[in-house]
Every structure is written in C-alpha cells, then in structure tokens.
Design a protein around this ligand. Structure first.
Ligand code: ADP
Ligand code: MG
Length: 483
C-alpha cells in the first residue's frame, strides 16, 4: 500500500515497522495476587506478599486476566491457544523484587491474528504474531531525595498484555493507524482503558530500512513510546538515522533506543539482549494454563459490536463512505455522538458536519468530544435548520462559530443575527434586478453566448443577499431573468 520512501543518494529506501504494545489489562486485582490495582494510591499500598517477592509465596492466576486476553484475541480474529505456559524471564532490577518477571514465551495464550487499518487509500491488513500475559514491574522513584532511590511496588504484578505485530507496516502513518485501531478495539471490549498518558498503553517500535526487494534490514527497537505523536516522530527520525548510517557505508547495530521527545531524536539505551540472556524457563510455581473450548466460546458469544462491525453497519445502514465510517467508529464516544445525530437527521449530512466542522473546531481548541461545548443535541438542531432550509450550509458554518463563542442555541443565533435564508422569491428577484441593472455590459456578454458568466451573477446576488439567498431559488430566478 502506501510505502513511505526515504530518498537517499544511493536510491530509495523503504521503511519496515513492527510494534510491540503493552496494554494494562482492566481488572481490580493483579495477575497473580489479590492486591488492588487502584491508580493513584500512596506508594506500596497495593502490594501483596507475592508482589514483593517474599520467599515461599505462591502465585495464583487471576481469571479476569485470562478472559481479557482471550477476549482481545477473539476481537482480532486470532487463534486462542487452549494450553499456554507461564515462564520466568530472569533479570535484575531494583523494582523487580522476584528477580524475574512471570511472562509467556514459547506458548502464549493467543497466537496469530490480524488488525485491519483504515487508511485513506484503503484497508490494510497487519498481522499480529501473538498476545501474551505478563506482570508489570514496580517503579523506582527519585523525586523524594536525589541521593536515594525509593521503590514503589503498587504496579508490580499488575496485568499486562503484550501484543506483538508482524513487521507489516511500511509508514509512520500506518504504525499510528495500527496503534489507534488496537486501542479502539481494546477499549470497545473493555480489556484496557487505552490511557497512554497514564502509561496504561505504551509501545515499542521496531524500525528497519531496506532497498525495494531486499530482505529485511537490521532493526532497532525504540522503547516505551507513550503517545501517537511521538510514535510518528520517533519512527521517522529513526528510519532517517539508519539511512544516513547505511549510505555512509556504516552498518546498523541491533539495539534498544529511547525516544527523547524534547529533542525529537532517538538515542542508544542498551545493546539488544537476546532471548537466551533471560534464561527463560517454565515457572515451576504455576501449572500450564488449560482452557476449555466452552470458556472460549462463551467469551466469543459475549463480545460487543467491534469497530469493524460498526463500520460495516454505518456503511450499509447510513450510506457512509468506508473512510468516514472508520473515522467515526475510531472512538466509542464519536460513535455515540454520531448515532444521536443520525437518529434524527440525514446521516451523511450529520457525518460531514461532525467529522469536518465539529472536529475541526474541537481540534483547534484542543478539546475532546466528551468536553465539547456543542452537544449532539445542539449540533443536531443546527443540522435541522439546514435541512428545513432555514439557513444555508454556508451560513451554518458562521452559526456554528457563534455557537462556540456564545454557547447559544443555533435557532437563537439565527434569529438574533437575522441569518435566515431568503426563500422569498420577491426579495431575491429585487436583488437580481439590481445586479442586472448594475452590470449591463456583463449581461450583454452573457446574452451573446458567454455562459460562463452565470457563476459571476450567482456570486454577485449571493453577496448582495449577505449569503442568505436560497441557492436553488436564486438559480431558478436568475436563469429566467437573464433569459
Ligand atoms: P524480540 O523478542 O527481540 O523483541 P521479535 O522477533 O519478537 O523480537 O520481534 C519483535 C518485533 O520486531 C515484532 O513486532 C516484529 O514484527 C518486529 N520486527 C522483527 N524484525 C523486524 C525488522 N527487520 N524490521 C522491523 N521490525 C521488525
Ligand atoms: Mg521486544
């Protein structure tokens, strides 16, 4: 599809991207303990003995974690593995008191699946390699006293799903679209709140470059990117950096890098560990996780409408274009807002006004749809005024601006400012007569065959009416008068 190209001195370079997304699973308790997952509690309030790595404590799997991972797998059409294994991934870090992270390695709970991206040029399929469950680590705090490091274990043992994609993306836009779509899916099904600011969804971007037709290049992994905007920037910077190295005869070291959002660049964090450095082995404290097909089927039957299904419904019942439908279903809040509009008004007009005019203004204000000063009811009332010919679409844009400025309802603004469309043919005729009288030369030209001038007259009459003349009536009358 839309391969992003980097022009080099030696030719065109293609980028290749694979993402590893860590999503915090929505659950009241942790993966292997009953400790709370409540956000914002005092440090070390949410800690059970298991989470603190106390000797002799045994982990017990949280069923919610299992069903959330299965739910996510089903939502991306993935294979669910009825038997999966928890492994120990061994490494030392002060905020990892067990000395290992319990994760899944060779036998994850979810196998191959796919995610469909709604790109402006069409739908692109990206493969998902696997989803596995793992524990989050704690947090090292330096802000209390710079001489010391304090440890907060509230997050230790919190449930993460790691969703690993195939290296199927070929532009920064596709990578962002993938993360957005995945976020929409887990939010629709309630498996993760997708809050990137809180770090509840973060992503590692693997980036490599190659010349067309060549095998995959060596990749670098950019760790813990925590916003869509940074993801885009980090990928573009990293691909460019690699091209510069390769073109000057260098070679890429496979390594883990960090994105510095203030400088807009990536830098080396550590050289890449290989899997064998972690000495993975099955955790002897945990039995293999065995699921019944019934358990999986029950979850399948309880899945809500997913973004792609909702998109299809909007295309077939509302006649939206695939792309417009995909924009609206991207967030459940958009879809709810839209359905309130479409219940009472023309669905296409509603979609245009929502995704074009409303979103544009909300973007400028930096405000989300939940915080929109214009409710669906208010925007619907404005659309209603267009539908019953009270105002033209053009005037409606000014009305919407005034609604944002004053908070008043559309009808009130139209009334107060005399913005009603003039459908009274007498009034329009009067304006036309004036315009004809004032442009005798142009009228003569038009009548002698210069048809193109018709647009000029429309413009003049519209202008003289303050943009309020009903366009259809204006056209009809003008044709008659010009003869
Ligand atoms: P690791 O376990 O070391 O993180 P994986 O083989 O599991 O490595 O791959 C991790 C991620 O890297 C996957 O999302 C995969 O799609 C991506 N990836 C693998 N090879 C490349 C490559 N050459 N270029 C870009 N991404 C890649
Ligand atoms: Mg990795």
């Amino acid at each position: 599809m839309a391969q992003q190209i980097i022009k080099g001195n030696t030719g065109d370079w293609e980028m290749v991207i694979g993402l590893e997304v860590h999503a915090q699973v929505t659950s009241h308790s942790k993966l292997f303990s009953g400790a709370s997952t409540q956000f914002g509690n005092e440090p070390n309030m949410n800690v059970a003995f298991v989470d603190a790595g106390m000797p002799g404590m045994l982990p017990v799997i949280n069923e919610v974690a299992v069903s959330q991972a299965v739910r996510t797998g089903l939502a991306i059409n993935a294979q669910i593995n009825l038997r999966s294994i928890f492994d120990r991934k061994n490494y030392f870090y002060p905020d990892l008191p067990q000395g290992y992270q319990i994760s899944q390695f060779l036998d994850p709970i979810v196998g191959k699946g796919e995610i469909l991206l709604d790109m402006p040029e069409g739908v692109k399929k990206v493969g998902v390699t696997r989803i596995h469950l793992e524990q989050d680590a704690g947090k090292s705090l330096h802000e209390y006293n710079p001489k010391f490091t304090y440890i907060d274990l509230n997050r230790a043992g919190v449930i993460l799903m790691e969703i690993v994609s195939e290296p199927d993306m070929c532009s920064a836009d596709e990578a962002v679209a993938y993360l957005k779509k995945l976020r929409a899916i887990v939010r629709y099904i309630g498996a993760c709140d997708g809050d990137m600011e809180k770090g509840n969804m973060r992503c590692d971007a693997n980036v490599s470059v190659r010349k067309a037709g060549e095998p995959l290049g060596t990749r670098c992994e950019i760790k813990n990117v925590n916003s869509m905007r940074f993801l885009h920037k980090a990928i573009e910077f990293e691909a460019m950096r690699q091209v510069e190295i390769l073109e000057s005869g260098g070679k890429i070291n496979q390594e883990t890098r960090l994105f510095d959002s203030t400088k807009g660049e990536t830098r080396t964090m550590r050289t890449k560990e290989d899997a064998h450095d972690y000495r993975y082995f099955p955790d002897p404290d945990l039995l293999p996780l065995e699921l019944t097909q019934q358990f999986v089927d029950d979850i399948k039957n309880s899945l809500p409408e997913l973004p792609d299904q909702r998109k299809q419904r909007y295309i077939s019942t509302f006649g939206l274009t695939p792309y417009d439908a995909s924009v609206i279903v991207a967030e459940q809040e958009y879809a709810q807002y839209y359905e309130q509009l479409a219940a009472k008004h023309d669905p296409k007009l509603s979609s245009n006004w929502m995704t074009g005019e409303l979103f544009g203004r909300l973007n400028k204000l930096g405000v989300s749809i939940e915080e929109s000063p214009i409710s669906a009811k208010k925007l619907g009332d404005l659309i209603g005024l267009i539908e019953d010919n009270t105002i033209s679409g053009k005037i409606a844009k000014d009305v919407l601006d005034l609604m944002f400025e004053t908070g008043k309802d559309a009808a009130v603004i139209v009334e107060e400012n005399g913005m009603k469309q003039v459908t009274d043919t007498g009034a329009i005729e009067k304006i036309i007569d004036e315009v004809i009288a004032g442009n005798a030369d142009k009228v003569a030209e038009y009548r002698s065959g210069k048809d193109k001038l018709f647009g000029f007259f429309v413009g003049q009459v519209m202008k003289a009416s303050g943009g309020k003349a009903n366009p259809a009536a204006l056209n009809d009358l003008l044709k008659k008068k010009l003869g």
